[in-house]
Design a protein around this ligand. Sequence first.
Ligand code: NCD
Length: 307
Amino acid sequence: MTDLKGRDLLEPSDFSEAELSSIFDLADEIIADPGAYTAKGKGKLLAALFFEPSTRTRLSFESAMLRLGGEVVGFSEAGSSSAAKGESIADTIRTVACYADLIVMRHPKEGSALVGAATSDVPVINAGDGGHHHPTQTLTDMLTIRRRKGKLDGLKIGLCGDLKFGRTVHSLIRAMRSYEGTEFCLISPEELRAPGFVIRDILSSSARYTETANMEEVLPQLDVLYMTRVQKERFFNEEDYIRLKDTYILTPGRMEKANSGMIVMHPLPRVNEISTEVDADPRAVYFEQAKNGMYARMALIMKLLGL
Ligand code: NCD
């Protein structure tokens, strides 16, 4: 059964492999014939509550709802909501659930989406809760991997950069660990290694993993290289950020060491970690990934609203 109507999406393991596949199948169908979906969401209202900055996640959700023929309300900064007056997340979400059919929320506090979902009468989608999880980026990432590599199993995935605070990394690992033959290469400086809860996720699955600080050493073996930005906003002091921010920079020279079928992914925004010269390499799929994000979110909205 893959009936997702009325469900929340707070972290990737809220959905089974079959349920995830049903979202990717629908996204593929939407990509093949977007015109067939323009009235599916008519009469439905999405609330997009962004207490933290966003370009792709917010605009792709809004575009997704509008392209389904639905409507969108919301805010793009906490300062313009009653959070600025001291209202709790629980009260804000309980209120918005009176107006909308579906709530998407991003908040700097880990666990905030769970708190919101507990008081909501309508489905809540976590669009990023601090340095914890970002499951709809994972839908975007997995749809891109599936479309590019034709499968989700048996892949060697390198995750590079800020594995400590990078919520997209935490969510991608949680989802991909259960596919047969998955192998993770965790590439980071010592101070930005993946946290214990992520390592325990891998250890409780059949996936294998290695940790290294050396990108070049593992590059030739990878099927997927997932680059990430060092998460400046989660650092306690700026000196550490400045010291670590340029640890890894993917250049055309480094791409020569990678195999010809490897894809380069990035949730974006990019700062310095991928040189813009790499953008022309056919293996660079990060803007395609951003576009897939809208289709993955159209499919998710349809599933949660039972459209
Ligand atoms: C990511 C995020 O917000 O965690 N961005 C996104 O949603 N595409 C990655 C990041 O900000 O580095």
